[in-house]
Design a protein around this ligand. Sequence first.
Ligand SMILES: [Zn+2]
Length: 579
Amino acid sequence: MRKPLGRTRSAAPHLFRRSEGDARKRERPEQAAHKKTERGDLAVRFVPLGGLEEVGRNCMFFESEEETPGIDYIIPNISYLEPRKSNIQAIILTHAHYDHIGALPHIVERLGNPPIYATSLTKAIIEKRQEDFPNSPKLHVQVVKSGERVKLSNYFEAHFFGVPHTIPETTGVVLGTPVGNIVHFADFRIDYDEAGNPHGLEEFERIGKMGVHTFMIDSTNAEEEGHSLSERTVEKNLEEIFRKAEGRIIVATFASLLTRIAEIIKIAEKLGRKVALSGYSMRANVQIAQNLGFIKAKQGTIVTLEEIHKYHDNKLLILSTGAQGEANASLMKIITGEHRQIKIKPGDTVALSSSVIPGNERSVQVIKDNLSRQGAIVFHSDLIDIHSSGHAPKDDLKLVMKLINPKFLVPVHGYYFMRAANAQSAHEVGIRKENVFLMDNGQVAELGKDSFRVTDEAIPAFYVMVDGLGVGDVEEVVLRDRRNLAQEGMIVVIATIDRNHGRLLKNPDIISRGFIYIKENQEIIEEIRKRIRGLIARLPRYQPTESDYVKTLIRDQIGQFLYNKTKRRPMILPVVIEI
Ligand SMILES: [Zn+2]
């Protein structure tokens, strides 16, 4: 599920930290990586790189002597791993939600394009997505199945097991390491039937009996009371709404909620409605899920958007992206009238079948309002249970903690307060306080056979952001520029130069935005012009101009002048036109 990056950095002290002794003095990672613990057993290092100070950006890695073998998830900040890429033995992807696979095209090459272990659906989705990044390399994906064991390196073995989530083939991992089994449940919930009986707990019990050193557990819903809502209840409620609908039905949900999408298509067939798919990711994901047999639509059930006019309104169901009010998604286009085939008309039933991700409340409110104004009947999960979260709430988390019965517990995925809620639950099921660790992104834990110690070492885990279009990283420089623009404004200097002689052909143009108001600051503007004339006049004559050099000169000298004059540093954009 795609989620916004959290921006809060937790500065809270560790409530439940350190099982033994005081921290040793800070060490260089190179040294620490080769170390054995005091007891002499081979140590394993575990580092969360994301997902512990936010919802999303989930990523962590494990390291043992002289190698850096398992990356559980893909990492936004790989500056620690990049120089060690030749040691990376494996990337494990637990499922195909974007907060677990999103970074892949941006970093896989820089990690040395190592083998990726994933189930067949995850493989298909990451490979499809890779097509959008033509400069990214071909991935080496090894398909794994639940129940399978894979030797990743001399020291690490992965044993995959299925966990219920909102996308098929989500896999948990038992990582066999020199210090014991480390269990990660990916994102998960517990499946209940309509009578309230849980399914598939035997598997978790079996894992618990293998003996678990450390358990990493999803904290996204750790604050929610109770048990997971049965997906059967969701199905039943959706069917009820669909039965009552007299006109078209439009269901907006995440394209990645493939389990739900498969159900909706099944209900549509039952009610004799055709299904049209709106939104690129919706079409792509449904196609992949059909190819792999996760969606079994009958021939003719799925129709194209161009064909929908052929069917009566009460014979149509449209599956659309955009339940969070995302500006570019299909539902928003429908609402604003920009969608080519679909406009809202009175009598349409619109169901928003997803939870509202924190931060999106307002945009969801806006779409609900707009839909109602245009005459649609709107259903959303606050009114009726038409969404069940993919993340286990408190009572289910406790149930699983008891079954897994680990020595040490690390709540992962979520803000500090969510993870703290999970720590609280752990105490309530009898896991000792000193064995529960609320780590921060970038902290290093050193694991011995009977120990778990958070060291004083920290490796870079600060946010590496990817720009909206996914082209190139918005790294520090760009962010600094943006801050600079917002605070100080900008000056554009346009110098038109004779290509052969390097002389100015006309007076330089100056444009100011957000810095000074030109009409009231003619004096400064004139001074800028004078300085540019001066610096260009000092360029060597009769040789081709180096426009990059001229730009640097302008930037430095005008920048210095403006700072002396105004004590501000606007961004200076020199444009050199050679004629
Ligand atoms: Zn997920």
